[in-house]
Design a binder for this molecule. Structure first.
Ligand code: TYD
Length: 134
């Protein structure tokens, strides 16, 4: 499974850093929704779903967390610990976010508006959807 990470270029000067992200130019889709997670309770696993169509970029803009990606054949863990790196997650990929540091803020850029019918929240259902169920 290919892991696609974007390294954004901060506009750094003697005042500090600034990262600007434009749809299509820096992000490979039109950004229809932005959300973020913070105050995540220690030990919690978030996500635990796949999307039928949605694409996302995850950026841990403060603190750190880990993301486990699973395409039904293999699984990889990607640490997110820099505010200038973004993890691209295509549709039909099971994701779990965990190991959040106390100060973690996980920003998500999404290609679609919120739509519960785009979610696959059951792992067996996910395998069935991609035709991997034995
Ligand atoms: P949830 O899907 O459980 O978060 P995750 O799977 O990423 O850990 O979402 C938590 C709640 O927030 C749930 O009630 C749905 C709501 N929600 C929205 O209203 N809009 C959104 O864009 C998202 C991502 C969630």
């Amino acid at each position: 499974m290919q892991i696609i990470k974007y390294m954004f270029k901060p506009h750094g000067d003697d005042r500090g850093q600034l990262v600007a992200l434009e749809e299509i130019k820096d992000i490979p889709f039109t950004i229809k929704r932005v959300y973020y997670m913070y105050d995540t309770v220690s030990g919690v696993i978030r996500g635990k779903h796949a999307h039928k169509s949605l694409q996302q970029i995850l950026i841990c803009i403060h603190g750190s967390c880990k993301v486990r990606l699973d395409n039904g054949t293999e699984s990889k863990v990607v640490p997110l610990e820099k505010p200038y790196e973004g993890l691209y997650i295509s549709n039909i990929v099971w994701r779990e976010m965990y190991d959040f540091s106390e100060d973690a803020v996980l920003l998500v850029l999404a290609s679609e508006l919120y739509d519960e019918s785009d979610y696959i929240r059951d792992y067996d259902e996910f395998l069935k959807f991609i035709g991997k169920k034995k």
